[in-house]
Design a protein around this ligand. Sequence first.
Ligand code: NDP
Length: 285
Amino acid sequence: MAKLINGKEISAQIRAELAEETKAFIAETGITPGLAVIIVGDNPASQVYVRNKRRACEEIGYYSEAYELPTETTQEELMALVRRLNGEEKIHGILVQLPLPKHLDEHEVLLAIDPKKDVDAFHPTNVGHIMIGDYAYLPCTPAGVMALLEKSGISPAGKEVVVVGRSNIVGKPQAMLMLHQNATVTVCHSRTVDLPAVCRRADILVAAIGKADFFTAEYIKEGAVVIDVGMNRRADGKLTGDVDFASVEPKASYITPVPGGVGPMTITMLMKNTLTAARLAAAKK
Ligand code: NDP
């Protein structure tokens, strides 16, 4: 039977540490870390994420602003807001909740965020820093995965790691972080031939494809660590991962549940980046 990696507990522990660090930082510098979150339109899932981010800011002791803009917001209006926030001293991190409505150019908006305030680490400047292993901002979800492993006493060094999914926000940065920690990394995608066989090589399998209950026991090596990044809604509205938990759990040594695994870690890493952004701003003064 696999040990459960409890993302909720680990996340709460890291947030408590961040709250302590924040208190000390404010006492020392007089600066309260500030995060601005921008949401355009009325996507219910995005609204939940934004609410959770605000709550996390309150819990840790940050200043936060939320901009809830109507769907008809123009590119110019959004760009103007980002530029204004770039210049706001009390805002250290800016996050634009994705996806944006179709008529808006996501790429242009993300490029407009000052890389020093890019707490999602999506700006090409920060992506480049992550690539060379010299970075201040953590790519939130992959960094959350690394924190779960570390807190569970699992080192990727020397291990075969298979990451399934090659998106810019999860798969690719995940592979980089694993490589920086000396894993031997394979990245798979929809054109990978014989995916089950490649996955069975994994000492650590990271599933990030967005397909409910896709990874069954045949993808898993006996004793593997299985990290499920997937967040999918079943027809009955329940949240489920990319891993078929019931069939995989008996074969794995460690496994993350969905919900309560990787999910809570993403916002926690965003909070960590916000404190980093405030520290960088303080160091410049
Ligand atoms: P994308 O849709 O951007 O990327 C999916 C990737 O999976 C692509 O690289 C695609 O391959 C690959 N893929 C799709 N189907 C298959 C298949 N049958 N076999 C092998 N590879 C496949 O998704 P994201 O990276 O944004 O997200 C992945 C999952 O993680 C989603 O469920 C998302 O909800 C979840 N997520 C969870 C977060 C959290 O906080 N826990 C945060 C972000 C995402 P190709 O490139 O060839 O098309």
